[in-house]
Design a protein around this ligand. Structure first.
Ligand SMILES: [Zn+2]
Ligand SMILES: [Zn+2]
Length: 185
């Protein structure tokens, strides 16, 4: 096992271990490079031909685009992204670890760029780890769910990382604003 190199840097998913997209596994080989690297990608993989790629790809093969090329795979849906270049779309779809969500994930954008994904969050995480993101979640619930007052408060309190509804938190790489959306089945 080769764990001498540190994890590759992902511009739009800065800490994939903390979000759970990349997990430690001492035994799982990567089907792209055929090596056991000590870490595998545990997020969604969209490929027309290969259906069992979750937990089978190492983060290095995601970072350099080789896993996407070899398996015709994408790791996130870049179709909902507005106002970004094709290069950014490509990087999100093919060279960035994605994340699991209740419905098809959305990658949020700001300042003409994709934002960095900070993780899924519930009421507990928003209170403890991501207090600055709370406002972004509340704003999203006001704008897109039409919630306010007591209803908004109750919805915020019911957010859960493990169960739905869940908030997905991003941060703009340029203006450093927090961005968020909420989904459920
Ligand atoms: Zn690999
Ligand atoms: Zn921005």
């Amino acid at each position: 096992m080769d764990t001498t190199t540190s994890l590759p840097a992902f511009k739009y998913h800065p800490d994939p271990v903390s979000t759970g997209a990349v997990v430690r596994d001492e035994d799982a080989p990567c089907l792209s490079c055929n090596r056991i690297r000590g870490y595998v990608y545990d997020g969604p993989v969209y490929s027309e031909k290969f259906h069992h790629l979750t937990h089978c790809l190492c983060p290095w093969c995601i970072a350099d685009g080789s896993a996407a090329r070899r398996f015709g795979a994408e790791f996130a849906d870049s179709g909902t992204m507005d106002g970004v270049t094709n290069e950014v779309r490509e990087e999100i779809a093919k060279r960035t670890p994605g994340f699991l969500s209740w419905q098809e994930g959305q990658w949020l954008t700001c300042c003409s760029d994709a934002a960095e994904f900070l993780g899924a969050a519930g009421a507990k995480e928003l209170a403890k780890q991501l207090p600055e993101a709370r406002r972004a979640v509340e704003q999203h619930l006001r704008d897109d769910f039409d919630l306010s007052g007591k209803e908004l408060k109750e919805f915020m309190a019911a957010l859960s990382k493990e169960d739905q509804p869940t908030a997905y938190v991003f941060r703009c790489r340029h203006c450093r604003e927090y961005l968020a959306y909420v989904d459920q089945t």
